[in-house]
Write a protein that binds this ligand. Structure first.
Ligand SMILES: *Cc1c(COP(=O)(O)O)cnc(C)c1O
Length: 242
C-alpha cells in the first residue's frame, strides 16, 4: 500500500482509538497470560508477549512502549519500514518480529529491520534470507510457519513437510531456526492445531512455539506456546482488516 494510504489508515485508527486505553489493556493481557501460565503449571517467564501493532500508528505503539512492552509484531515489511526505524533508534532494546508473509524481494529490508522472522515457509525464501543475513552480518532468529490446517490459501509448510524443510533451512542454508509458528483455521478448534505444532516442534527439538492470538492465547499457553501474538486485545479493533 502506498505511504499516503497508510497515513490515512493511521489517522483513522488514531481517531477511533483512545490511546489511554492501551496501558490498561496491556496490563489485562499480561495478567491473563500470568493466569494461563499458572493454570498450565508453567513459569510466568516462559511465555513472551508479542504485541501485534500492524495498522496502528506510531503514537499507539509509543503508549505500549511506555507501558513497558518491548516485543512487537508487524505483518507487512513496507508498513514496518515506515514506522519502526525511528522507534527502534529511540528504544534500542525493542525486539521486532515479522509475522506476515515475506516476499523474497523484501528479504533484505526484513533482515535489516526485524529481530525475528516467523514466516519462513519455502526453500527459495530460506536461500535468499541466508544470502541477506550473510551480506548484512545480522542473523534474525527464524521460525518455520506451518499450515497446520492444510488450507490451500494459507502460507506455511504442510505438517508432513516440516521436518524436511527445517532440515533444509538448518543444514543447507544455516539459518538460525528456533521454532515453529502457526495460524489455525478460523472455523476450527485451535487446540488440535496447537497440539500438532507442539508435537512437531518437540520431534524436531525446536524450543520455541509461536501460537495463540487475542481469541485463543490461553489455550495456546496450555499447549506450550512460548510466544503469543496479540493485537486486538491490546490495541483495539483494527480499522483496516488484513
Ligand atoms: C494480526 C495477527 C495477529 C494478532 O491477531 P489479534 O486477533 O488481533 O490478536 C497474530 N498473528 C498474526 C500472524 C497476525 O497477522
Amino acid at each position: 500500500m502506498p505511504r499516503l494510504m497508510w497515513e490515512q489508515v493511521f489517522r483513522m485508527t488514531a481517531e477511533t482509538h483512545s490511546a489511554a486505553e492501551i496501558p490498561g489493556r496491556l496490563n489485562l493481557v499480561r495478567e491473563e497470560i500470568r493466569l494461563a501460565c499458572e493454570g498450565a503449571d508453567r513459569p510466568i517467564g516462559s511465555v513472551e508477549l508479542v504485541a501485534v501493532s500492524k495498522t496502528m500508528p506510531a503514537a499507539a505503539v509509543e503508549d505500549a512502549i511506555e507501558a513497558g512492552q518491548r516485543v512487537f509484531g508487524e505483518n507487512r515489511v513496507q508498513e514496518a519500514l515506515g514506522k519502526w526505524p525511528a522507534l527502534k533508534e529511540l528504544h534500542p532494546d525493542i525486539e521486532l518480529h515479522l509475522i506476515g508473509p515475506l516476499q523474497t524481494n523484501k528479504a533484505r529490508d526484513a533482515v535489516s529491520l526485524f529481530d525475528a522472522i516467523q514466516t519462513v515457509d519455502r526453500p527459495k525464501l530460506a536461500r535468499v534470507l541466508a544470502e541477506e543475513m550473510e551480506r548484512a552480518g545480522k542473523r534474525p532468529r527464524c521460525f518455520v510457519q506451518v499450515n497446520t490446517g492444510e488450507e490451500p490459501q494459507k502460507a506455511g509448510v504442510g505438517p508432513e513437510d516440516v521436518a524436511a524443510f527445517v532440515s533444509v533451512c538448518k543444514e543447507t542454508f544455516n539459518l538460525p531456526v528456533v521454532g515453529l509458528m502457526c495460524i489455525p483455521p478460523l472455523d476450527e478448534e485451535p487446540a488440535m492445531h496447537f497440539a500438532l505444532l507442539a508435537k512437531l516442534a518437540a520431534e524436531l527439538k525446536l524450543p520455541e512455539l509461536s501460537m495463540g492470538m487475542s481469541a485463543d492465547f490461553e489455550t495456546a499457553i496450555a499447549f506450550g506456546a512460548t510466544y503469543v501474538r496479540i493485537g486486538t486485545a491490546i490495541f483495539g479493533e483494527r480499522v483496516l482488516l488484513e
